[in-house]
Design a protein around this ligand. Structure first.
Ligand code: FAD
Ligand code: SF4
Length: 509
């Protein structure tokens, strides 16, 4: 029996059992197709990184003796759709069996299921062997529950995998070190330079241009920085645990004009395309903590929580709630995305830094994504579809299962509280507390109205006032309404007028 096995661009798992033996009756296929470049406009670095990682992976499989069919984006015979390319290959090479790894995206899951139902040959799906949990794990874990509490899910996984545990109890008696992990960056600890690769991606860039693939954002093609092979991914991991992890937790919520990445790992792309596994990452952190004693528990737990907790949790929410999740708009937001999301030309210093960082590097760290960019979108009432499209396009690590749950769920509260128990919103106060952005801004971080009032302030109060019906009963927000009730009618009118005038001129902020 001749078998064709499909590998998608985010299924580059070298350690998969599929690759343990070489079989001349099995052929792997990887494809760069326009279909995947056009459902949303991607950042140029994201397209390059995917193609580069796929090409490297295909070469490594071939070097190991596996048969591989590879479709480059500018190959003449490329029909640019999975269905059409697969149909042609199966017919031409007389394959009698088709297999694929379970896609992580709902869209592709449906497409491949439909494709197989129309095949006249046998077909089969296999797990990607990447995550700690299987697709339905979270759904089953919270069966019958209205809310999905990340903390209980995470603790159960800590116990199940015996990570940072002392029997049934957490090591040191504490599950959580968030209280220690909320420092502003004050420059006292130096930030190591990021590890870079400087690979030349001219050839891929030229073929993207030749094929008129739509893209946005900036790139230096001769000095491409992202890890696109397993060796490079492992180097990023090693660099992180030795140089950045010792301060990761302490400054994980900090924002700085001087250091765009601070102590963040920049591992998300390598993880999401599966060049490295979450288990490898967690074990590398545990090794530093338990054997080498180079990091303390607050740093190790803070990082493991992101991988074992948030990452697995978001994947579980995705499979429990899709496809309905992608339509949710609990707060009925309708505004368009400001034009400066595409060119970074805004006078708000915090957003200028975070958006330009995203456009220049296809990357922003979590607090930039959540408490600056996402915060602004939620306060300004941007339609979650527009927010999703931008996030899905701009970030190097944006794959729908982890993008949409973070954006529509955690950041935009469009799910009405599945992922977060309250909207992640703040006024300038929080941004000023965690960053040095406000000092260099034309807007006044203290004012809610008046000529130069910070838009975050006017929008923040306006947001709570206009969503009173939906938010007031939330016990974590009730206090805001007591503060609003203490405001004079004149103050409320001025705040609302200021918010309305900012909204009508949002492209000029
Ligand atoms: P670090 O800060 O070093 O964290 C380590 C790892 O933990 C990350 O690589 C990631 O794998 C995992 N992680 C941390 N937070 C989360 C989280 N909330 N959800 C899932 N995994 C997490 N992450 C993506 O991988 N793809 C996305 O498209 C994406 N979109 C986001 C959109 C919004 C609005 C927000 C608020 C967050 C988003 N995240 C996304 C989560 C997080 O911001 C990124 O994983 C992180 O910034 C990647 O950088 P890093 O590798 O340096 O992360
Ligand atoms: Fe951002 Fe407002 Fe601070 Fe300016 S004053 S940096 S707009 S929070």
């Amino acid at each position: 029996m001749k078998t064709l096995r499909l590998l998608l661009g985010d299924q580059l798992n070298h350690q998969h059992t599929w690759f343990k033996t070489v079989d001349k009756n099995i052929c792997y296929v990887l494809m760069e197709v326009k279909q995947e470049q056009e459902y949303v406009t991607h950042h140029i670095q994201k397209i390059i990184a995917f193609f580069s990682a796929m090409r490297n992976f295909a070469h490594e499989l071939q070097n190991q003796g596996h048969s591989v069919i590879y479709y480059k984006i500018d190959d003449e015979h490329n029909k640019h759709s999975f269905r059409e390319n697969l149909t042609e290959i199966i017919a031409q090479d007389s394959f009698s069996n088709f297999e694929y790894l379970l896609p992580d995206e709902y869209r592709l899951d449906v497409e491949l299921t439909n494709f197989c139902s129309g095949l006249s040959i046998t077909s089969k799906t296999v797990d990607t062997e990447h995550f700690y949990t299987h697709r339905e794990y979270l759904h089953d874990f919270f069966k019958g529950k209205k809310t999905f509490l990340m903390e209980s899910f995470y603790r159960a996984l800590r116990k199940k995998h015996n990570i940072l545990m002392d029997g049934e109890e957490p090591l040191t008696g504490r599950w959580n070190y968030d209280a220690e992990n909320r420092k502003k960056y004050d420059g006292k600890v130096s930030v190591p330079d990021a590890i870079t690769f400087k690979s030349n991606q001219q050839e891929i860039f030229e073929s993207i241009q030749k094929m008129n693939i739509p893209f946005f954002g900036n790139v230096e093609v001769s000095k491409f920085d992202w890890p696109c092979s397993r060796v490079e991914a492992l180097q990023v991991l090693q660099y992180f645990v030795k140089n950045l992890l010792p301060n990761f937790g302490t400054y994980e919520d900090a924002l700085s004009t001087q250091h765009k990445d601070l102590f963040h790992s920049r591992l998300s792309f390598a993880l999401n395309v599966k060049l490295i596994s979450p288990q490898e990452v967690v074990h590398a952190v545990l090794l530093e903590f338990e054997n080498n004693h180079t990091v303390d528990i607050a740093q190790a737990e803070g990082f493991i929580r992101q991988i074992l907790g948030w990452r697995e949790y978001m994947r579980g929410v995705y499979w429990a709630k899709m496809p309905a999740f992608s339509q949710l708009n609990y707060l009925d937001h309708k505004e368009a995305l400001p034009t400066w999301f595409w060119d970074g030309k805004t006078q708000m210093n915090c957003l200028k830094h975070c958006i330009n960082n995203s456009l220049d590097n296809a990357y922003a760290h979590h607090i930039q994504r959540l408490m600056v960019i996402g915060n602004f979108c939620l306060l300004a009432g941007i339609h979650p579809d527009f927010v999703d499209q931008w996030y899905l396009g701009v970030y190097i690590d944006a794959v729908e299962w982890v993008e949409i749950t973070n954006t529509r769920g955690m950041s935009q509260f469009a799910d009405g509280g599945i992922v977060g128990s309250k909207p992640y919103v703040s006024s300038a106060n929080y941004i000023d507390k965690m960053s040095d952005y406000c000092a260099g801004c034309k807007y006044d971080k203290k004012s809610r109205y008046g000529p130069n009032a910070c838009p975050f302030n006017s929008f923040y109060w306006d947001f709570h006032i206009r969503h009173r019906k939906k938010l007031e009963k939330n016990p974590r927000i009730g206090m805001m309404y007591r503060l609003i009730d203490k405001m004079t009618a004149d103050e409320i009118t001025k705040i609302r007028q200021k918010a309305a005038s900012y909204k009508s001129a949002i492209n000029n902020l």
